[in-house]
Structure formats: C-alpha cells, structure tokens
Design a protein around this ligand. Structure first.
Ligand code: HEC
Length: 131
C-alpha cells in the first residue's frame, strides 16, 4: 500500500515547525501571493515541466497561461478549464483539489498545500482576472 503523498507534504505544516514559511512541499518555494500572482507562480514552478510550449494534453501554461485557461474548454473533459466565477465548474480546480471528477490530480506528483488550492478557488470565484 502506498501512503498518500499529500499527507506527507502536510506533516511539516501540521507539526508547526515554521508557520511563516510557505512551501508547496514539492521542492519549490512559493511566496504565498494571492490571486493570479499566486496561481501563475504555481504554474511556473509545478506545471511547465509538462505543460510548457506544445505541452501535454495541449495545455501550454507557459506562453500566456491566463488566456490558455480562462473560458477555454478542456481537451479531455466536457467542461471549461476555468469557468470565471465558479470554481466548482472548473476542470482546473477539480484536478488540483484532487476531487477525481476529471481524472487524476495535478500536479501528477500529488496535491499541493490546501492554501494553494484555496487561492485558486478564490481567484476563479473572483472572476479569474488576468492580473
Ligand atoms: C509530470 C507531467 C505533468 C505535470 C507536472 C503536470 N501535468 Fe497536468 N497533465 C499531465 C497529463 C499526462 C495530462 C493528461 C491526463 C489528464 O487529463 O489527467 C494532464 C492534464 C492536465 C489538465 C487537463 C487538460 C485538458 O484540457 O484536458 C489540466 C487542467 C492540467 N493537467 C493542469 C496541470 C496543472 C495546473 C499542473 C501544475 C499544478 C500540472 N497539470 C502539472 C501531465 C502533467
């Protein structure tokens, strides 16, 4: 049996070794910025290895990530990647929140810190502004 990676990632946070350090637990450090700044930072650190120019599943999160996702239909799923104002209707949120509604979790290495996923939801619900 395999232990769930997300639980391992959360351990340092739960034990409270440093509550000011905002780490995604995958090796890259995130600033913890809110809104699009925080979302795009996650893409740059966690996603472009696979979703760069000409990326996996036709998803380029490098060239113009906001234009690539906002109001754009998913290639593999019958829904928008990001439906502005509604994170529950957004494939991107479901995949990062690991709801198993649209295939596996993104990034593939395991769900990120809940704060990252919550910021994504808040940004989408805020209308997904590209700034
Ligand atoms: C190790 C490679 C890899 C990494 C890293 C990765 N992905 Fe993916 N991604 C894939 C593969 C393979 C698929 C196609 C299978 C699927 O839909 O789950 C995919 C599909 C997707 C889709 C569905 C695209 C569509 O239109 O159907 C989204 C959205 C997505 N990834 C977002 C992300 C985000 C956001 C990150 C970073 C947090 C990320 N991925 C990191 C490999 C990766």
């Amino acid at each position: 049996m395999r232990s769930h990676p997300a639980l391992l990632l959360l351990l340092p946070l739960l034990t409270g070794c440093d509550d000011t350090d905002f780490s995604n637990g995958h090796g890259g450090e995130l600033s913890g910025a809110e809104g699009w700044e925080g979302v795009s930072e996650v893409f740059a650190i966690e996603c472009v290895a696979c979703h760069g120019v000409g990326g996996t599943a036709g998803l380029d999160l490098e060239t113009d990530p906001c234009a690539a996702i906002v109001d754009i239909d998913a290639v593999a799923y019958g829904a928008k990647l990001v439906a502005p104002g509604d994170h529950q209707a957004s494939v991107l949120w479901h995949k990062m929140a690991d709801t198993a509604t649209y295939g596996g979790v993104m990034p593939v290495s395991g769900a990120m810190d809940p704060a990252v996923v919550d910021n994504l939801a808040a940004w989408i619900d805020d209308g997904a502004p590209c700034e």
